[in-house]
Design a protein around this ligand. Sequence first.
Ligand code: NAP
Length: 285
Amino acid sequence: MIAVTGATGHLGRLVVDELLARGVDPGTLAALARSPDKAADAAGRGVQVRRADYTERDTLDAALRGVTTLLLVSSDALGERVAHHRNVIEAAAGAGVERIAYTSILHADTSRMQLAAEHLETERMIRASGMPFVILRNGWYLENYTENLGPALEHRVLLHSAEGGLVSGATRADFAAAAAVVLTSDDLVNEVFELGGEPPFTLAELAREVSRRAGFEVEPRDLPEEAYAAVLIDAGVPEPVARMLADSDRGIARGELFTDSGDLRRLIGRAPTTMAEAVRGAVSP
Ligand SMILES: NC(=O)c1ccc[n+]([C@@H]2O[C@H](COP(=O)([O-])OP(=O)(O)OC[C@H]3O[C@@H](n4cnc5c(N)ncnc54)[C@H](OP(=O)(O)O)[C@@H]3O)[C@@H](O)[C@H]2O)c1
């Protein structure tokens, strides 16, 4: 039995789709969700939907019964993720899970990005659990950009704080495909994959691609970290999120969201969707 947590989130849904597309019998697949009613589509396809809340240990113990392979999709609750993940890891070890995969962040062991700390601690807890593991160190989603281009298109300025740093961004669908390959490859054990798209791009190159597609110039403008965070807060982004985004851009400037490992391409067996292709899909001329 394969189980996927966060199965009602963007990535988790795509992983379930990908597993079914790869021929996994829906009866041997469990979609774990804190709100099972949001997983009606999976249930309709014969997938077992089980309630699993990262904050309620008993729901995790029950949901993981009979599970041999687990994908822990990282929680979206910044600052609470270690507690959430500890509950899942302890429940998985108790339930006899034979292999656990986890969606971490690129270079979790060396990155100085704020976001990396909770991922690194989760990786440590997984290793300490003794369960065989696969760490999927995902790079930036291209959707972080393509789903948030409204202000840049409106003001014709793409603000950032990443200098000329390179981003090895890839689509959620490609990261989901990599996760599905891992979940269905029992021989992948105690491996760490650094997953990123190709070719890498700077924020100036992203702005150029958006301009080409939009038919007018969108100017890239690099701001100091504090100034960038202040603009985001002014625009209504909650302060912790704004600070995390500005901090992440500083990580990009340091090269922490770049990889040339080729791991994503190798796992999915094809070239990942490029930034230019994703922009073409997101911006109407
Ligand atoms: N690499 C990147 O660029 C990037 C960007 C954003 C996020 N991330 C990370 O990658 C993860 C997956 O991305 P995504 O786009 O799929 O995010 P998402 O759509 O926000 O999905 C997060 C999932 O976590 C679930 N969740 C949150 N709290 C929970 C709890 N207490 N118990 C059980 N489930 C809980 C949510 O459940 P509900 O469906 O009920 O809300 C949702 O299914 C995120 O959670 C975050 O850690 C990575």
